[in-house]
Design a binder for this molecule. Structure first.
Ligand SMILES: Nc1ncnc2c1ncn2[C@@H]1O[C@H](COP(=O)(O)OP(=O)(O)OP(=O)(O)O)[C@@H](O)[C@H]1O
Ligand code: SF4
Ligand SMILES: [Mg+2]
Length: 330
């Protein structure tokens, strides 16, 4: 994809959390996002997958600077909004209009004391989007209708809605400011299976209609495979592989992705036959004291001595299929 189509350019992004330790270690550092570099193209859906705790939410929130990065750089539509080396940290209010987030747990993300109209209207007020009360209430009705609710819902409180409807309210709130980029942080995982596809279809329709770009976070590849143009796989704060969606599904090259894909049932016997079955053993190590070298070496079926010492480089192995693994360099 062409350079000018990049909406976001993220380089060496780190987000470390300092937490209180136990015993004589009174301070510890959680390396939640550790040196992530990725481009996100205008109008695409980039899926982001990985086990619980690998840093997906932290990466999504750090990209839009809901969390202040520890270091690295973020360029939004050609403009550096954060660069630790050049001491750039742009004021985010104008960018909040362009970059929004839909949260994993809709009920926790909506203030129970505010009506739906107030929740959606608050975003309009912060960014002074409407010039009159009439325009404001018309805009709120429009937004509620865009997500499959209606204007009568605006006087009700979040607890009066189902989980799926609450997520629709969260989506209306994100859309209120006419954003360009939305981090969809597992927007359907808290919802009943029967309504998950309705919400996904709605997000896809809104994307087409409004020309939105999504970072779509999910636990597993099967959720994002159909809706993503590309998919990134995270492991313990690192991005280990990115590729076009079908390419990643058909031809995963990183051992961790291969283990994830082994768990996904595939209807095509040719692909099943071509694919090695790998079982992922053990738990994800702690991001407080992650393994040296390649962080996956403690669980990787192909680990060699070198993997314990050297961090593998994240390289393009053809057609934008990136991965970080020493085996691939041979
Ligand atoms: N505010 C915080 N303070 C300290 N540690 C944090 C904070 N937020 C996240 N972490 C830690 O950072 C790591 C990554 O967490 P994160 O929530 O980004 O993972 P995730 O991939 O989104 O997981 P899940 O799939 O369960 O949502 C975890 O070890 C988590 O405990
Ligand atoms: S670098 Fe080594 S440990 Fe890491 S994924 Fe590749 S083979 Fe496995
Ligand atoms: Mg998360």
């Amino acid at each position: 994809m062409a350079e000018q189509n990049k909406l976001l350019e993220i380089r060496d992004l780190k987000k470390y959390f300092n937490i209180k330790g136990s015993g004589f270690r009174n301070k510890q550092t959680v390396k939640a996002v550790d040196n992530v570099s990725i481009d996100i193209y205008k109008g695409e859906t980039l899926g982001l997958v990985g086990e619980s705790g690998c840093g997906k939410t932290t990466l999504g929130r750090t990209i839009i600077r809901l969390y202040e990065p520890t270091s690295g750089s973020i360029i939004y539509d050609g403009k550096p909004i954060y660069d630790s080396e050049k001491n750039i940290a742009e004021k985010m209010l104008p960018y909040r209009r362009k970059m929004q987030i839909i949260f994993q747990d809709p009920s926790a993300s909506l203030d129970p004391r505010m009506t739906v109209g107030e929740i959606v209207g608050e975003a309009l007020d912060i960014h002074k989007i409407c010039s009159s009360k009439a325009e404001r209430s018309e805009r709120i009705s429009e937004l509620l209708e865009a997500v499959g609710l209606n204007s009568e819902h605006s006087n009700r409180f979040p607890h009066e809605f189902s989980g799926g409807q609450q997520q629709r309210i969260g989506i209306a709130r994100a859309l209120a400011v006419e954003p360009e980029f939305i981090v969809c942080d597992e927007p359907i995982s808290a919802l009943d299976v029967s309504i998950q596809s309705q919400v996904v279809n709605m997000l896809e329709d809104l994307q087409d209609e409004l020309g939105l770009t999504y970072l779509f976070i999910a636990h597993d590849i099967s959720v994002v495979r159909h809706i993503s143009n590309r998919i990134g796989v995270m492991y313990l704060g690192n991005l280990v592989e990115t590729a076009e969606s079908y390419e990643l599904y058909r031809n995963p090259i990183h051992p961790y992705t291969k283990t994830l894909m082994s768990a996904v049932p595939i209807p095509d016997p040719k692909i099943t036959r071509a694919r090695e079955r790998l079982i992922l053993e053990g738990d994800i190590p702690s991001p407080i004291n992650p393994p040296s070298g390649c962080k996956f070496h403690t669980r990787c079926p192909f680990a060699e001595e070198r993997c314990k010492q050297e961090i593998p480089k994240f390289k393009d192995y053809g057609g934008g299929h990136f991965a970080a693994c020493h085996l691939l360099e041979k």
